[in-house]
Design a protein around this ligand. Structure first.
Ligand SMILES: Cc1ncc(COP(=O)(O)O)c(C=O)c1O
Length: 496
């Protein structure tokens, strides 16, 4: 029996009760370490108390002496015990450390943490799914993505630079991709830029967060389209900004004259080419007015150009950023719609003035990475695969949108107004107030459909914000008649 300098019989039992053996039991050395740690943290083995010699303990527990020696060594290394010529003793702890140790050994209690106040303003609206649920807004046709071509391009990128691809890479993104994006944006979107002003980000969301970090201090005012993109709202709240809602009409964001004086903004969020979610195009007069007023007010416009590649009617609408030289615009783009969301590649084009000042800090703030994806994306753009893919998807989405429109006209059977649709991957359908959009969406999800509630994008929902945002990107044209009939059933149920 152990001669316990350690005191009472419980301590003796602690050190003499056998360790688990047999199949499935953890290694004895690990069991012993764990047992001693817990006893020390709980105060069962008090500070200064001497542990039995390795020989005694090995006999007591019927394990090899070496196992005990290794366990003691580990506990010494982690600071639980101190070994000297007199033997191994439990390490002394300060009063604060002992109280922390008791907590560590106690069964976990339900703790109430105080998180940053700003988190209370960021409410989750996410509905987890794999992108295959029909009618999901903003999800491209994942089953139509040329995955084999992508895999081959990725292999080629890896073969071309096997070891280099494994390092961090340039903090603001692969030069080849930044060059390819600059060229693409100049030609296809009328953006004034060169590669030196482009930062590759973790999707558009990363770009929005970076805008907040670069240009605002907590408490600054940010204007947000209402209804508007929830990702931008979350990024603004995460930066502790004072978010001011600006209503949207058929010509895009509406700025009341007094707002420039009463709530002067630091940032203004816009989706001018395809307002999310109403689909409005910001008129030229409003674009020019906004640019001029923002310049005078020292504000910066964030132009989120998330899905303008899929223009279905008329000529492409050029980006607002390119309207004026030195426009006070941070241009945000993403490959989430044109390629696939899991790629998580987006980009930010900084105005020249900001780029010159902020690039040194940005290169310290970011770490690069995702090099293989970036190099593959660059090659995809350069060798024409990207524009061929866009062409194919544009035709597909046009057909899907037209099928959705036809199905709504033929099968919804409820008074409604279809908004937008000149580009992108979704249509917005306004409904009378009796058909609560939130209730419809809740039931629709249970039936395997995933439209969004229009009101969930509004900061202060008005009656006109009741409706459904219906994605057609990920839904085959042939499915819409049946899906819309099901939406009708759900809506009628909700209203009755
Ligand atoms: C307005 C808007 N901006 C940006 C994005 C894309 O964000 P990300 O590139 O982070 O996937 C979306 C996607 O739904 C969007 O609706």
């Amino acid at each position: 029996m152990i001669n316990a300098t350690l005191g009472n019989p419980a301590d003796a039992a602690l050190l003499s009760s056998p360790l688990s053996r047999g199949p499935g039991a953890p290694p004895r050395q690990r069991q012993l370490i764990q047992r001693l740690k817990q006893a020390i943290l709980a105060g069962q083995l008090p500070a200064g108390g001497k542990l039995p010699s390795s020989r005694t303990l090995s006999e007591e527990l019927d394990i090899s002496r070496n196992t005990v020696l290794i366990a003691y060594e580990q506990l010494t290394a982690e600071g639980y015990v101190i070994a000297d010529r007199q033997g191994t003793r439990v390490a002394p702890l300060s009063a604060t450390a002992s109280s922390a140790a008791k907590q560590a050994a106690a069964p976990p209690a339900a703790e109430s943490f105080v998180t940053a106040k700003r988190l209370t303003r960021i409410v989750s609206t996410r509905y987890a799914h794999d992108g295959s649920v029909p009618m999901t807004p903003g999800t491209p046709a994942l089953t139509q993505f040329p995955i084999n071509a992508w895999r081959r391009a990725q292999d080629r990128a890896l073969q071309a630079a096997p070891a280099a691809t494994l390092g961090y890479g340039h903090p603001v993104g692969e030069p080849a991709l930044r060059e390819a994006i600059a060229q693409y944006l100049r030609v296809s979107r009328g953006v004034r830029c060169d590669a030196s002003r482009i930062v590759i980000t973790e999707g558009a969301q990363g770009a929005l967060a970076l805008c907040v970090q670069l240009l605002t201090n907590p408490g600054d005012t940010a204007w947000l389209e209402d209804p508007g993109y929830r990702g931008a709202k979350a990024a603004f709240h995460a930066g502790d900004l004072d978010v001011v809602a600006m209503r949207v009409d058929a010509d895009g964001i509406v700025i009341p004259e007094h707002a420039w004086a009463t709530q002067p903004p630091r940032l203004i969020q816009t989706t001018p080419t395809h307002q999310y979610p109403t689909g409005a195009v910001l008129s030229l007069t409003r674009r020019l007015d906004l640019l001029e007023r923002a310049r005078r007010a020292g504000a910066w416009i964030i132009e989120d150009d998330y899905d303008s590649e899929f223009r279905h009617q008329g000529e492409p609408i050029a980006a607002m950023q390119g309207l004026l030289p030195d426009a006070p615009v941070l241009y945000v783009g993403t490959f989430s719609k044109t390629m696939f969301p899991a790629l998580r590649l987006g980009f930010l084009v900084l105005p020249e003035a900001i780029a010159a000042q902020a690039m040194p800090s940005i290169t310290e703030m970011l770490r690069g990475g995702h090099r293989l994806e970036q190099l593959t994306m660059a090659a995809f753009i350069e060798n024409g695969q990207f524009s061929r893919h866009l062409g194919r998807m544009r035709r597909l989405y046009r057909e899907r949108q037209s099928a959705l429109r036809d199905a709504l006209a033929a099968h919804l059977g409820i008074e409604h107004e279809v908004l937008g649709g000149h580009s992108g991957l979704h249509l917005t359908v306004r409904l009378p107030a009796a058909y609560s959009d939130v209730a419809i969406v809740e039931r629709a999800r249970k039936m395997g459909m995933n439209p969004s509630a229009l009101s969930s994008f509004a900061i202060t929902p008005l009656a006109e914000d009741n409706g459904l945002v219906i994605g057609y990107g990920n839904t085959g044209a042939e499915r819409f008649p049946a899906l819309v009939r099901r939406i009708r059933e759900v809506a009628v149920e909700v209203a009755s």
